[in-house]
Design a binder for this molecule. Sequence first.
Ligand code: AMP
Ligand code: MG
Length: 489
Amino acid sequence: MGYNKSKTGLNLENTYIELPDIFFRRESPSSVPKPRLVVFNYSLAASLGLNSKELQSNYGVDILAGNKVLEGTEAIAQSYAGHQFGHFTMLGDGRAVLLGEHISPKGERVDIQLKGSGRTPYSRGGDGKAALGPMLREYIISEAMFALGIPTTRSLAVVETGEKIIREDLLQGAVLTRIAASHLRVGTFQFAAQWGSIDDLKALADYAIQRHYPNVDKDENKYLAFFKAVVKAQAELVAKWQLVGFIHGVMNTDNMTISGETIDYGPCAFMDTYSSDTVFSSIDRYGRYAYGNQPSIAAWNLARFAESLLPLIHIEQDEAVKSAQEAVAEFENIFMDNWLSGMRAKLGIFNEEERDQELIEELLDLMEKEKADYTNTFRALTLDKIEDVKMSNTEEFKVWYEKWHERLKRQPESKSSVMQLMRSCNPAVIPRNHRVEEALEAAVEKGDYSVMNKLLYVLSRPFAYVEEQEEYAKLPKASKEAYRTFCGT
Ligand code: AMP
Ligand code: MG
């Protein structure tokens, strides 16, 4: 076990290298010519017990850029496989290395990974590098997700490398420091099931249990209990995505964590106009990962996860399959429970009534029909500024609004409690696509980070409902072209 405590506050161990050799390759990050720190997350650094001043010094930036590996630590690239758009393939960290696991003063263990740090044995034809734009995009969206209360990997810093990388154009290279509960993925288990022995698979499962679900360790069938725990974590996560209108864009099994954190911010975006078939990703031609498909895709991914665990769940295959299927089927129930209670809260509803779901679905159908903005509709309801709801003049909306108010009267809570609940659940701001693009353009094209920093600040308190956010709640000027996102390669 490597162990190193440096003046930066980085307190690195690496327990992953105690796993069987097939799970990783030792690999140092590549050196870069001219590292320049361009974004740094002070509050995250503080919460992890890191020394912001040291990390921003030349010494610290060299660590964040991959130019210096702390003595006594062992950087690795992790192996994993995955179903990408339904097709199974071998992957692995092709453009990232894990520096180690940082143990914070609170005793938390988090992975510190450099993304865009050069070639590894898993790079296949790629250069292992990342462009500045996509790394800044990951930083913005992941931090916005965190502020929205959604489990996610986080972003500590982005360093420009001073090196041009070759894509369609020559682009500025960058390295993102990503913080994660771990980088264990469904695809890590698929890798083990496909290319490892049963002992390898078991070692991996035991490791994941120790790290994320230690309470299942005592269970009679701990691997089944482990699987169920991941199903629950993912069902809760995807319900949260749906509630804020987040579209991941590339829900391949290698991009689904065991911890239940959102990972891999590539072509993701927030939905504006409500429509269940919204897709932003330029590579998702058939809408596999459309907004409305996310729950069923998550369940599909979990079924692939279950398949890889079968030999641990029961020695009799039939028995294992039966238990796994029952556990996968639970996804939908857990998802629906979470989604429903989340939607009730968005509408200020405290108690439960049979017909709440109908009331919620009527509103969503109306939004879809009238092409209303998802976030701003809930925002307007929260502020009781009905004139701001796009469809407020329609007869159907008026009927719905009456019905909703009747519903609110059938609970004891006061109007102000209703408002308070709604404010805490309906964000006043989300990372709107045009705002994200504007920030990235200023940073990448002009080296002006002020637009991004302002945006980050606004997004850091999405439930504040303060005046300075109003500008950021506005929709872009109408554009004929649909917004498109691209993978971060
Ligand atoms: P992602 O789209 O980020 O989930 O990446 C999918 C797979 O492609 C992972 O195995 C990545 O490591 C790999 N990959 C993405 N970009 C590059 C690159 N520039 N060089 C090498 N491998 C890459
Ligand atoms: Mg990925």
